[in-house]
Design a protein. Sequence first.
Length: 105
Amino acid sequence: MLLTELAGRIRGGEPVLDVGCGSGVLSLSAARLGAASVTALDIRADALAATRTNAVRNGLAGTIEVSERRVSDVPGRFDVILANIGATALIELAQALQTQLQPGG
């Protein structure tokens, strides 16, 4: 369902933030759909490694930046923010995510 929603939101050229990137499936999908750039964040080292590996394997390493930074430490604003994470984490990150979202995003 999330990939279907993402396909309807990416028009091409958007900066995208993926919070809790896991293996990078949503980051890769956003890049393939035409996002200008994707910043993929996670707190787990194995998730970051998996996302980096999958970006390289799919020829998207130049589009996807993988980082362990906190949401509040990521510069810029984003047209699309993906956060396929638990409700508790979403509630904790809500204010930071709203700050990172472009108006109308």
